[in-house]
Design a protein around this ligand. Structure first.
Ligand SMILES: Cc1cc2nc3c(=O)[nH]c(=O)nc-3n(C[C@H](O)[C@H](O)[C@H](O)COP(=O)(O)O)c2cc1C
Length: 199
């Protein structure tokens, strides 16, 4: 994904009863994408399988949030995050994501799983301000590693001022916290194989 690209695009919405699901290997290469993922992101399954998950990275997403996400899941924990993603055609969509590691019988991580629901609009409007501040810090640097190294302390400072972890912040902003608790569950009818056909 081109790091310097700026996107305007249209916002794509999906249904309250829908879940955007993907699975990856331990390196973050997509091994599964459900029908809703393909439809919302405008990719067919064959365009996604085997690709790094940053195929849908949006330039308005701060790198430090992904650093935090990866550190959390690689240590065997789940993470909830608000993420803006890019579609194939330069449009965008916000999601409330729940990302979890998948373990084998021996307890080793063998991949990751993300389930994304419709975000709470009031959280989106608040989180945009935080992400904008983090991005402004990142844009002072060219190198991706320097970018997250510069913005991560800002994120940590912000959370300390609030007296919350990132997850606590998200849930405190969230009106429907009771719905969020089920964000990792798959809704009936969402588990079928992708059937979108490439043009
Ligand atoms: C299960 C899983 C789901 C992910 N979902 C997304 C996603 O929806 N959008 C996204 O931009 N990155 C997602 N990522 C993170 C990407 O792997 C990547 O770290 C991120 O896009 C930043 O790209 P970069 O590492 O090239 O800067 C996901 C990673 C995993 C393991």
């Amino acid at each position: 994904m081109n790091e310097d690209r700026t996107m305007a695009g249209r916002e794509i919405r999906f249904g309250n009863d829908e879940i955007i699901v993907s699975k990856t290997d331990i390196k973050g290469h997509i091994t599964y994408a459900n029908r809703v993922f393909c439809r919302v992101a405008s990719y067919c399954e064959s365009e996604l399988l085997g690709k790094p998950h940053n195929i849908i990275r949006h330039p308005d997403m701060p790198r430090c949030v992904f650093k935090f996400l990866w550190d959390t899941i690689q240590s065997g924990n789940e993470v909830f995050a608000y993420v803006i993603n890019a579609t194939k055609y330069g449009d965008f969509y916000w999601v409330f994501a729940h990302v979890t590691p998948t373990f084998n019988d021996a307890g080793s991580i063998i991949g990751y799983h993300s389930s994304r629901r419709v975000p709470d609009r009031s959280v989106v409007s608040k989180i945009k301000g935080l992400y904008k501040m983090l991005l402004a810090e990142e844009r002072k640097h060219r190198n991706p590693k320097e970018q997250w190294r510069a913005s991560l302390p800002k994120l940590i400072d912000f959370l300390q001022e609030q007296g919350k972890t990132y997850e606590e912040l998200i849930f405190s902003l969230h009106k429907g916290a009771e719905n969020a608790a089920t964000a990792g569950q798959r809704a009936p009818g969402q588990s079928g194989k992708t059937s979108q056909v490439c043009a």
